[in-house]
Design a protein around this ligand. Structure first.
Ligand code: FEO
Length: 130
């Protein structure tokens, strides 16, 4: 069973961002599946990098869209993006240097990270980006 499943309650009302969120969820699930079946460090590092790259791309897409409509929650949202990016960057650096392992609690952190951000922050822009 997948760690995370997208459902309508996570919709931000903007089709391309729903699509990007589904891709983020797929990547977290892919990392979780690879960890559970005991894939090697190189495979896990590659998926982690893919997740990081896609996160950066997604955050930038949202930030551009928010700036375009001069959304007044932009600064707060951007700060959250920067914090989340730093957290994953820090973890990836520790993992790549052998100082950290992928664990069930880390996967739970990533799951909460994605879902709490969508529900707590992303959904605030719904009415402005439509
Ligand atoms: Fe969908 Fe603000 O990240």
């Amino acid at each position: 069973m997948s760690l995370m499943t997208w459902s309508e309650e996570y919709s931000v009302g903007v089709a391309r961002f729903d699509t990007q969120h589904k891709k983020l969820i797929d990547l977290v699930n892919k990392l979780n599946d690879a960890m559970r079946v005991g894939k090697g460090k190189d495979v896990l590092a590659a998926i982690l990098q893919e997740l990081l790259d896609y996160t950066v791309y997604h955050f930038k897409s949202e930030e551009e869209a928010m700036q375009k409509v001069a959304f007044d929650g932009y600064d707060e949202h951007k700060r959250e993006h920067d914090k989340l990016t730093r957290q994953v960057l820090d973890f990836a650096a520790k993992f790549n240097s052998g100082n950290s392992m992928l664990t069930v609690s880390l996967m739970q952190f990533l799951k909460d990270w994605v879902l709490n951000h969508i529900k707590g922050t992303d959904q605030k822009y719904t009415k402005y980006l439509n």
